[in-house]
Design a protein around this ligand. Structure first.
Ligand code: FDP
Length: 317
């Protein structure tokens, strides 16, 4: 992606991050918490903040020339910005988003995130987003904003991972870590262990192994915030593995919860660029080809040693 286009897109993401972090901070006193009364494309009840954050991205990217289409967890079909699409036929991009990741945390003042992925549009493409149904290795940039005690922006455009912290005193993101590397192994695993009986035996055995270690230097502690971005971020800094295994459904198939194109693939790209790995329990997540823009996939992401372990345990069969 040309540097000027990348700068424009990341600049808008940063602006969205500033607006969203401010709104989240005030939501409890401004009536912004709770459910909106609507459901999203996945049948999940929308929080008021889910809808609000989606609108922020829509309004900021409407006039961002490189971005022709916006695909979001909160919208069934892609949103096209006709003017952008026509002005940039040969260098136009799609922005894929989970505008507010971990939204069950909104009402409890927990950490949240916004995840983004950028892909190049085919020169001739329709409005249904089918031209974007390639593997995650086709992403040209990806990253997230983490809304925690500090707001941080982490992104990669395929040449390492950089991390910025928002300084509220100057209202700017300041570079904190350049070319960040993830430890090859870590002390944490992160999953909703309450679901363990619904998983494939391989994923259950992996967790049994992780919890069986007695030696202080090779044992694991569990950490789980319930926001993919926040749990992944811990792995990125301290090492370890985040997993959301598939749940075995009545037809005997393992079904993932997290969305492939705007959750698993972007954080998978960040993990790889930081020296880590991302898998669907069988192989590299960036090689998985979606059939639909809203596909879901099991995910195991983090330090290379723990992710390899998930595959060795045949977490997804
Ligand atoms: P949420 O549905 O609250 O937006 O995106 C899916 C996600 O959050 C992840 O961020 C999070 O890790 C996971 O779902 C939490 O799911 P559980 O409540 O099933 O643990």
């Amino acid at each position: 992606m040309p540097a000027a286009d990348l700068a424009l897109v990341i600049g808008r993401i940063a602006l969205a991050g500033k607006l969203i972090s401010g709104e989240i901070a005030r939501a409890s006193i401004a009536g912004g918490l709770g459910y909106s009364g609507d459901t999203n494309v996945h049948g999940e009840e929308q929080k008021k903040l889910d809808d609000w954050t989606n609108q922020v991205f829509l309004s900021l990217f409407e006039n961002c020339a490189p971005v022709c289409s916006l695909i979001s967890e909160e919208m069934e079909t892609p949103k096209h910005f006709e003017r952008n699409c026509h002005s940039r036929e040969h260098a136009s991009y799609a922005l894929m988003l989970d505008p507010l990741d971990g939204s069950s945390n909104t009402d409890v003042n927990g950490s949240l995130g916004s995840i983004f992925s950028v892909r190049k549009r085919a020169v001739r493409h329709g409005n249904d987003g089918r031209d974007l149904l390639g593997p995650g290795s086709q992403q040209v940039a990806a990253g997230y904003v983490l809304y925690g005690p500090a707001t941080q922006l982490i992104y990669t455009s395929g040449a390492g991972v950089d991390m910025f912290t928002f300084d509220p005193q100057i209202a700017e993101f300041v570079l904190w870590k350049e070319n960040l590397k993830m430890p090859p192994r870590g002390p944490y695993y992160s999953c909703n262990q309450g679901n363990i009986t619904k998983w494939n035996p391989g994923a259950q055995n992996l967790v049994r192994y992780l919890t069986s270690r007695k030696d202080k230097n090779s044992s694991y502690s569990m950490r789980y915030c319930g926001a993919f971005v926040a749990d992944f971020h811990r792995c990125l800094i301290d090492g370890g593995i985040y997993m959301y295994p598939g749940e075995i459904s009545s037809d005997g198939k393992s079904k993932g919860k997290l969305r492939l194109m705007y959750e698993c693939a972007p954080l998978g790209m960040v993990a790889e660029q930081a020296g880590g790995r991302a898998s669907n329990g069988k192989g590299r997540i960036l090689d998985v080809v979606p059939k639909d823009i809203h596909d879901r996939e099991p995910v195991y992401v983090g330090s290379s040693i723990e992710v390899a372990m998930a595959e060795e345990y045949r977490a997804e069969g």
